[in-house]
Design a binder for this molecule. Structure first.
Ligand code: ZN
Length: 151
């Protein structure tokens, strides 16, 4: 039996959004080589109206940030969105030290324990299993377990 018969056990929910998994996860975005503006998800061009050159390159970032705002998604999103064992979940806006805010599902603590300004770290979790049994992963932010988030 060749290696091609070994079924992958996980795959990202979409290509080109994040790379790695668990604590090694990084967001895949773009950086303008002219004005240094960052975009996530990836942008085809720089959207800074003052920028003349607008050349972009892929950039990896987002391992840590601070919770800027959040809400609880209390109804199930319509199809295309898939999630096994659906339950309401927190959706957060995380401010990155790289200078942008990123929307992401939150995990790692009950919504009632979330606090604006908490230090968050990027991770991955399975959303659902596909028809081949692969766990389909998405990126999420969770409170950093050490230090600064203790009450
Ligand atoms: Zn630019």
């Amino acid at each position: 039996m060749s290696a091609t018969h070994l079924r992958p056990t996980t795959r990202p929910v979409a290509a080109g959004i994040f790379q790695g998994s668990g604590p090694q996860t990084l967001l895949v975005g773009t950086r303008c080589t002219s004005c240094a503006s960052l975009y996530f998800p990836q942008s085809l061009s720089c959207r800074n109206p003052q920028c003349q050159d607008k050349k972009i390159e892929q950039a990896l970032f987002g391992q840590r940030g601070r919770l800027y705002s959040y809400t609880v998604q209390a109804y199930r999103p319509p199809p295309l969105f898939q999630m096994d064992d659906w339950a309401p979940y927190a959706l957060g806006l995380v401010e990155l030290p790289e200078g942008l805010r990123v929307m992401a599902m939150l995990t790692g603590c009950p919504a009632a324990d979330l606090r604006i300004g908490m230090e968050m770290e990027l991770t991955t979790e399975a959303l659902y299993r596909d028809a081949d049994g692969n766990a389909v992963l998405t990126y999420k932010y969770r409170p950093v377990s050490d230090s600064q988030n203790a009450p």
